[in-house]
Ligand binder design. Structure first.
Ligand code: KG4
Ligand code: ZN
Length: 350
């Protein structure tokens, strides 16, 4: 029998064991979950150190690193879970968005596994994966909820109406917030990955530098939209201006002031979305969700406003494969399987 026919004949299991693979950027990640929310293994092999020499991710280096690491990450995950490949019910794979060459390594490897073991191949959107990380943090979490999607590629306020129906209320019109963190890090002479380094330096600084407000009153788009390019440029201009005047720039104060401007607006808009929808639950998703100042601000505000706040573990905010398993579980239940012609996509809608 052909692969497609075999898959069609398989029953959909209640608590499937899913092996998830994520290779969209510089982390080769493989995880295994049971029933979508119970994490049995969660492996990440990062090539970030290799990229830091160049100040950002070098796509070809990322692809080569995935090729070298993917077998080891898979074997390690199976070993940690105490399972064999023959115990796996489905393979969930990030189809996009991300670096095409990097994605193709994971997609090809996932196809080979699905073909060899006659198990369903479940394509997953990286963005939905980030959002699904919240299901790992709270085993009882159910939609509806609002999520702040804040990563290196995306910045949006998303209304999660049910497990499958997601609506973007507003998003960035230019740079993503994580991208702004990385660029500000670079101008401050901090290493890649910039986000965590800006956060660390900001701890010893003060919010004393005046930076422009985002999207003024005349902006015609959604009240939930963002723009980070003006903020980034203001920081760059400030640093260059002070340096030209011969003044010493306080890296800590710039980092702290930038962090306040970049994060406070995320929090304000998320709570505006909570008021608009009447939803009672808020989550964060994406790498910037690991930011300590964002998490602290959200905890305080949620407590004041009596909103249930779900903060995924920091390692489940940045790229990982457990989140791909969590979203893969939902797609598995809906029987959204792919044939073996699956290709990677640099861009996905949501
Ligand atoms: O979700 P992610 O790992 O990859 C994408 O899908 O983009 O997000 C990576 C982004 C990077 O821009 C990184 O600088 C940022 O998340 N990031 C942070 C922190 N940790 C990661 N930004 C601010 N504070 C952090 N602690
Ligand atoms: Zn990501």
């Amino acid at each position: 029998m052909k692969y497609d026919e075999i898959i069609k004949g398989l029953p959909v299991k209640d608590k499937p064991i899913i092996l998830g693979i994520e290779t969209s950027c510089d982390e080769t990640a493989v995880a295994i979950t049971r029933g979508g929310r119970e994490v049995l293994a969660d492996e990440i092999i990062s090539s970030a150190v290799e990229h830091s020499k160049f100040g950002g991710v070098v796509p070809e280096i990322a692809s080569r690193a995935h090729t070298e690491a993917i077998y080891t990450a898979t074997v390690n995950a199976l070993e940690k879970a105490g399972l064999k490949m023959s115990d796996i019910d489905a393979v969930a794979i990030t189809k996009g968005a991300g670096l095409l060459g990097a994605l193709l390594v994971g997609v090809s490897f996932a196809k080979a596994l699905a073909f060899s073991y006659n198990i369903p191949l479940v394509p997953v959107s990286h963005i939905r994966g980030h959002i699904a990380a919240a299901y790992l943090a709270d085993k009882d979490l159910q939609p509806p909820f609002i999520t702040i999607l804040a990563s290196g590629g995306h910045t949006a306020i998303v209304k999660v109406k049910n497990y499958y129906d997601l609506e973007i209320l507003g998003q960035t019109v230019d740079d993503a917030v994580g991208e702004a963190f990385d660029k500000v890090a670079r101008v401050l002479g901090l290493k890649y990955p910039g986000g965590p380094n800006v956060e660390n330096v900001a701890k010893t600084g003060q919010n004393t530098i005046k930076l422009p407000k985002m999207l003024g009153n005349n902006y015609a788009g959604s009240e939930f939209d963002f723009s980070y390019s003006g903020l980034k440029t203001a920081v760059i201009n400030y640093v260059h201006g002070e340096t030209q005047k011969g003044n010493t720039v306080s890296v800590a104060d710039v980092a702290c002031s930038f962090q306040h401007s970049a994060i406070d607006v995320l929090v304000d808009k998320a709570f505006n979305a909570i008021y608009l929808t009447g939803y009672k639950t808020l989550t964060v998703s994406g790498g910037v969700g690991a930011n300590g100042y964002l998490r602290e601000t959200l905890i305080n505000r949620a407590e004041k406003e009596n909103i249930k706040l779900i903060l995924p573990e920091k390692r489940h905010c940045t790229d990982n494969a457990a989140m791909i398993c969590a979203e893969g579980y939902l797609q598995y239940k809906a029987k959204n399987f792919s044939d073996l012609k699956l290709n990677a996509q640099a861009v996905v809608e949501l």
